[in-house]
Design a binder for this molecule. Sequence first.
Ligand code: AMP
Ligand code: FES
Ligand code: ZN
Length: 314
Amino acid sequence: MTSCRLCSSQAAYLIEHAKMMLCRDCFIKYYEKKIYNTIMKYGMLRGAGRVTVAVSGGKDSMALLAAMNRLVSEKFPGIKLIAIHINLGIEGYSERCQEIVENVCEDLGIEHVIYDLSSREGYRIPDLKSTPLGRRICGACGTVKRYLMNRLAYEIGSDRLATGHNLDDVVELLFEFYLKGSVEDLVRVRPVSWSDNPKMVTKIKPLIELTERENMYYAMAQGIPLLAASCPLAKGSRMLRRKRLIGLIEREIPGFKHMLYKSHVKRILPRLEKTVPEPSLTECEKCGMPSLSNMCSYCKLVSRLAARSAENST
Ligand code: AMP
Ligand code: FES
Ligand code: ZN
């Protein structure tokens, strides 16, 4: 029997980068402490009253929701948590995601909003396949999710929007943006995106220093059901290929992911923030939400989809 590093019980989880085995109870304490430290280090909940947690039904955001629920009741009792879930209409996948979200929120007693893309917006993510955006469907889906998560959090009156982005997600983004040299994107890879625009909710990433595996362990330790399959549209995507490659680098250079993230946040980001100007936002002429140009990228996407449907019906 391998013993837990912190007590003598039977170890159940291996924290790879720290080469540490922990039992279930010590792992839960370690995980929640890490989130708490991240929240405090970056002042994520300073002055917050209403926090929306965007949950996909996957292990990361469900682990985030369960841990935030405990932290809020223990350490931030003045905060109200609300979960939002967007049903993307991906057959054989989205139904299961929504079911997990509803079950976990009901078990934990968390108020939740389910936003059904098909009935509310009139299309499903697979419909984007028939447009030129279909070649990079995950990218288009990302535009939809980012826009709706912000709009829903704003409509709910939240002052923070928490997402389940983890260390692996962030390192994958850094890898892509450093390779391309896209400094405007690199400067947006940060634990908190503060906003003073009333229609743009401040975004926080409390899991940014935790790995995908740690989130999976926490979900398992808390009895959260895991999705049996990942999104069928993302299969073979560049993002997944890059994550696999980063996993190989981590095996050769243990600590690589933590090192890249820390160098970015501590050394590069402060310099980029001084030199890369914040984009100036205007209002989208169609939906009134913040936008970089006359029409926001979400409304552009929806217009392209509508144009394609009109072409197909003539
Ligand atoms: P992804 O872009 O799929 O890696 O997701 C990043 C984060 O966005 C997740 O951790 C969630 O916080 C949020 N998210 C993704 N999909 C959804 C969804 N369908 N509904 C609500 N939030 C989501
Ligand atoms: Fe968006 Fe799969 S969840 S393409
Ligand atoms: Zn718009």
